[in-house]
Each structure stands twice: as structure tokens, then as C-alpha cells.
Design a protein around this ligand. Structure first.
Ligand code: AOF
Ligand code: ZN
Length: 365
């Protein structure tokens, strides 16, 4: 129908405003329209709180009668922390429901749409589907793979260097891009680096913004528990730290780290390397739905080669470092032929201050 896309766009904008705040839940927006007038709007603000539809119907009241509901995700059909929205829709009096995309949650997966259709209400699915799926890319990945959505962040020079041969890297990108990284940290559940970066840079990995912010859980890959007891990330007052290790977690070093408040997660290792897939599965089980991967180059390469990165954010600074021994973002094994490179699709390019940001997705065969 005329205007369907406009109302769905509004619902998507409502949903988008809560990105990073609803984990593990998706972001969802709803708009109720009666005779060309928006009579109700709502969004899901936080897991455990009412769903988008509930807010929208509360606002619409009696105006919901014979109205159209636009919702960015299929209304749920299950009793979770809140009752099923599909029943609310069924009993609301609306005569038409427009859904952007189905809910991949196996507890819902089409049942919400069926309940509404079977009640004799007209349902249309697929308006702005691509946009809606992109908005909930993290949630969709979680539902399908039961693993966190991994975002690789790289800040490099025009010639693809992330640090000089001494490891010096402050700063490659400009202030605006660096600030954006803190906005990103503010939205994700976890931030992951290897112990090599802990030893080289001793980072804090906290979110530093002007206003209120949240610190992601710091996840360190450390096969042999080499993290020094005085490393910044072992100070757990501001943020939680999980060290993923293959070492004996009852050893003296492990006990000392635990004594400082650090959590240890034991995973198996394959040929002396941590089983990354298993690590991600375990991290998902304890509630980590997305992770910002911040290096170093060996950790980045392992994730990339094992197909464990879902999204790439690459900031390119207008400078050239040169040198055969400067560091590059993805090291790992050498390949013989270009055909062996991991294929990507560039989704978007933007200016971020004086730098350029490329958003890319891996192409899976
Ligand atoms: C909707 N509208 O606004 C959201 C939905 O634990 P609960 O009760 O909050 O349920 C969470 C699940 O409900 C979540 O995994 C997803 O399948 C769906 N989210 N559904 O109809 C909403 N946030
Ligand atoms: Zn619901």
C-alpha cells in the first residue's frame, strides 16, 4: 500500500535508536497508523522490558481499532520474559499488520505471523526486509549460530600498516575515528584482544566518552597465562575481564589472577592454539552476544581464516608508513595465490574526520 515504506522506515528508526541497549534481544520498532494518522509508536528499549508492540498499543488505546500495525520484526509467539505479542495483536482490533522480517528465534520462527493470520487479520511480510535484517544482524547471527557476532576493527595507514616496526601506533587515525571506536565499545558486550597486545601496549580497553557509558567485558586470549598480574586489564574495578586459556586454571598464576577478580575460561587447544570456535560458543553461553575484535595481527588472522568474523570496520588514515617490518592488521600464514584471500564485499565507505571508514562483510560460499 501507499506509504507502507515510510511508516516502516519510521519503525526502523525507532528500533535503531536502541541499538546496543537491548542485548541479547533484538531491536524492534512499531508504528500504528489509523486513517493516515500515527496513533501509536513504540520500541523495545531493554531486555526484560515490554516489547515494541506493547508500547505502541498502550499509546494508541482505542485508536488501534481497524488500524494498521507496522512492526520491524515478526511479533513474538512465546512466553519469554514478557507474554506473546502475537496474542496482543490478535486481540487489538487492528485490521492489517505489516512485518519487515520474520523472527529467526526458533521459539517464534513464523508462529507469530501464523497466529495473527489465523485470526483473520491481513498480514504482509517483507517491507524493507533487507534494512530490517541488517539492523538485527547481530541477533540473527546469534539465533542461527549460537555464537557472538564478531566485528573486526582495524585502524591502518593508506599502505595497510597498523604500527611501525617498534610497535608504535599512537596514533594512526584522527581524533574523530578514535572517538567512534569508543562509541562502538559502548554498544558491544565484549572486546577481545590477544595476550601479545596486553604485553606490548598494556591497554585498559575501557570506554571513554564524555557522557555516561558502558564498558564491554574484556576478553583476553592467553593460551599459557602470560598476562602479567599488574597488567591494566587485571584491574577489574571498572570492567570485567575474562582470560580465555588452555593452561591449568588451578595453577598458582591462575589463582592469583582470580584473586584480582579476573574470570578464567578454559578451552581446548588444537596444535597449541586455542580452539576459537569453542571459545566463542562458551562466551555466547555466558551471555556475550557481540564482540569487538581489536587485534593484534595474529589473533585477527586466526579469526579471519577460520571464518569467525562477521563484519569488518576498517579505518584508513591519510598517511603512509612504508617499511618491510611495520605491522599489518592480518598476519597469519602466507598464501601462495590471490585466490586464497578471504573474499569481502564492501558495504559502505564514509569519511570519519580526515579518515575513511570501510564497512565490509565476508562473502560466504
Ligand atoms: C517482539 N517485539 O519488541 C521484541 C521481540 O524475553 P522476552 O519476552 O523479551 O522475549 C525475547 C524474544 O522476543 C527475542 O529473542 C525475540 O525473539 C523476541 N523479541 N519480539 O514481538 C519486540 N524485542
Ligand atoms: Zn513480543
Amino acid at each position: 500500500m501507499k506509504h507502507d515504506q515510510e511508516y516502516m522506515k519510521l519503525a526502523l528508526e525507532l528500533a535503531e535508536s536502541a541499538l546496543g541497549k537491548t542485548n541479547p534481544n533484538p531491536v524492534v520498532g512499531a508504528v500504528i497508523v489509523k486513517d493516515g494518522v500515527i496513533v501509536g509508536t513504540g520500541l523495545h528499549r531493554k531486555a526484560g522490558e515490554p516489547h515494541a508492540e506493547v508500547h505502541a498499543f498502550n499509546m494508541a488505546g482505542d485508536h488501534a481499532m481497524d488500524a494498521t500495525l507496522y512492526v520491524t520484526l515478526e511479533p513474538c509467539s512465546h512466553y519469554g520474559k514478557t507474554p506473546p505479542c502475537a496474542l496482543l495483536v490478535k486481540n487489538s482490533g487492528v485490521k492489517r499488520v505489516v512485518v519487515a522480517t520474520e523472527d529467526p528465534n526458533p521459539q517464534v520462527a513464523g508462529r507469530g505471523i501464523s497466529i495473527i493470520r489465523e485470526a483473520g487479520i491481513e498480514v504482509e511480510v517483507g517491507i524493507l526486509k533487507k534494512e530490517a535484517q541488517q539492523l538485527n544482524e547481530r541477533f540473527i547471527h546469534n539465533m542461527i549460530h549460537e555464537m557472538p557476532f564478531v566485528i573486526s576493527k582495524v585502524a591502518m595507514t593508506l599502505d595497510g600498516k597498523i604500527a611501525t616496526h617498534t610497535g608504535h601506533s599512537q596514533w594512526i587515525t584522527g581524533e574523530t575515528a578514535r572517538k567512534e571506536v569508543h562509541l562502538l565499545r559502548n554498544k558491544v558486550d565484549g572486546i577481545l584482544i590477544g595476550v601479545g597486545t596486553v604485553l606490548a601496549d598494556n591497554p585498559k580497553l575501557t570506554t571513554r566518552l564524555d557522557g555516561p557509558s558502558k564498558n564491554p567485558i574484556r576478553i583476553i586470549l592467553d593460551t599459557n597465562l602470560r598476562t602479567p598480574l599488574n597488567a591494566n586489564i587485571t584491574d577489574c574495578k571498572e570492567a570485567q575481564t575474562i582470560i580465555v586459556t588452555a593452561a591449568n586454571i588451578d595453577s598458582e598464576k591462575a589463582m592469583a589472577l582470580k584473586g584480582k577478580g579476573v574470570d578464567l575460561l578454559a578451552v581446548s587447544s588444537i596444535n597449541g592454539k586455542l580452539d576459537l570456535k569453542n571459545a566463542l560458543q562458551q562466551l555466547y553461553k555466558i551471555g556475550i552476544t557481540d564482540i569487538l575484535l581489536e587485534g593484534g595481527s595474529e589473533v585477527n588472522a586466526s579469526f579471519m581464516r577460520e571464518g569467525l568474523i562477521q563484519k569488518y570496520l576498517v579505518y584508513i588514515a591519510p598517511k603512509i608508513a612504508g617499511g618491510a617490518n611495520s605491522y599489518t592488521p592480518f598476519r597469519g600464514e602466507d598464501i601462495e595465490k590471490v585466490d586464497e584471500a578471504v573474499p569481502l564485499r564492501f558495504e559502505k565507505t564514509e569519511w570519519i574526520g580526515e579518515d575513511i571508514k570501510i564497512t565490509a562483510y565476508p562473502i560466504r560460499n
